[in-house]
Design a binder for this molecule. Structure first.
Ligand code: ZN
Length: 385
């Protein structure tokens, strides 16, 4: 084993409630784990060391909601939306056509590039959904590609009803909950459904989620993104790890989340990229709901891979404080993935860390759009920016 000490940390944000934030701190990494945290002056001997020169160190970002396995580009659709032309449905279907036509190597290469972009931006854990294949063979291919890049793979066959099933959506639900799930499940940890008018109704969503649970998968739900609806309450009822988007909530949705272990994952990049009203994080936090932040990285409605950008949006637009947004982007994402070994800097946690070219993480929101990640460690291995 090789022990590496990081010393001279100006401010160490641990998210360990017993430790809090430490000034003039150090930590020691052994293999892929953190084995010591404390004052820089008391750091034990190590095989090698790096002086952080007063930089701030935070847990690596946990991006608990992405759709990075796809082909094609929808810049023209975005441009049309931003120049006031009417938004026409079918964007997901255009990505599905391109994804089905792409080879496995093309899908893997493109997704790996996005993962590298994320790692350089400080994201050390990324959940990846399928959902642009929408056939048994293509959803299995997408799940296989995702599983080569992360342990947190989500089967999203119920993303939209593909064109060939447009006039018989219940047949598609049967396919998703049957053969498609069986083909994808060996590569997945999670199952997800887009529960929304125009996608899947509450009964269809329940069918898919119940089948996924029977196959041993944990549950996630795309809920209440475009309008109020039953998604959040279905997620809570079924014990889902996360209800994602949560943009249009009524009081009963907030009460349900507050009394549950279901995390509300906010994706403000989607509201930014579609010029839509933002979710109200303040209302959720004041009610005691656990909130996560993620990018929703996808080619249609949120083509950002930057958690720092999402933190800035969450602070500016959803009523979160800088500290709340940072927690949501790290420890909150870990909760949304039911993980306690990431999103926190404590003994035994994975050595997934980010050094910021800044004295405090407030700069992530205070200096939006500025690349502040000086270095990232994933599983104890350094990646210099
Ligand atoms: Zn999504």
């Amino acid at each position: 084993m090789t022990a590496t000490a990081l010393t001279g940390i100006g401010l160490l944000v641990t998210h360990d409630p017993e430790v809090g934030d430490l000034r003039d701190a150090a930590l020691v990494i052994e293999d892929e784990r953190i084995v010591w945290v404390g004052p820089s002056a008391q750091v034990p001997d190590a095989d090698d060391g790096t002086d952080m020169d007063g930089r701030c160190v935070i847990p690596g970002f946990v991006d608990s909601h992405t759709h990075v396995v796809f082909a094609g580009d929808r810049a023209a659709e975005f441009e049309a939306r931003m120049t006031g032309q009417p938004y026409t449905a079918g964007g997901i279907r255009s990505t599905t056509i391109a994804t089905r036509a792409a080879t496995d190597d093309e899908l893997l290469g493109h997704a790996a590039n996005l993962l590298a972009e994320m790692l350089a931006g400080g994201t050390t854990t990324t959940e990846i959904k399928t959902g642009y294949g929408l056939s048994t063979v293509d959803e299995q291919r997408c799940a296989q590609v995702a599983a080569r890049l992360t342990d947190e793979v989500t089967f999203l066959g119920a993303h939209v009803v593909p064109a060939e099933y447009a006039d018989r959506p219940d047949d598609y639900v049967e396919l998703v909950a049957g053969p498609m799930l069986a083909a994808a499940a060996p590569y997945c940890r999670w199952v997800d459904v887009f529960c929304e008018t125009g996608a899947f109704d509450v009964d269809q969503a329940r069918t898919v989620l119940s089948a996924g649970r029977a196959a041993g998968l944990g549950l996630r739900v795309h809920a209440n993104q475009l309008s109020p609806g039953p998604g959040v309450q279905l997620a809570v009822e079924l014990g889902a790890a996360s209800a994602d988007h949560c943009t249009h909530l009524v009081d009963a949705d907030i009460d349900a989340l507050a009394g549950s272990a279901t995390v509300a994952t906010l994706l403000p990049g989607a509201e930014f990229s579609t010029r839509s009203p933002y979710p109200d994080a303040r209302r959720l936090l004041d009610a005691g709901v656990t909130v996560a932040l993620a990018t929703d990285c996808n080619p249609g409605s949120s083509y950002t891979s930057s958690m720092a950008f999402c933190i800035a949006l969450a602070v500016r637009e959803t009523g979160m404080s800088p500290a709340e947004a940072l927690w949501a982007a790290t420890a909150g994402g870990a909760r949304a993935l039911r993980r306690d070994d990431i999103g926190v800097i404590r003994l035994g946690a994975r050595a997934d860390l980010v050094a910021l070219e800044a004295p405090t993480p407030v700069h992530l929101a205070y200096r939006p759009g500025v690349p502040l990640v000086a270095a990232t460690w994933k599983d104890g291995q350094p990646l210099s920016a």
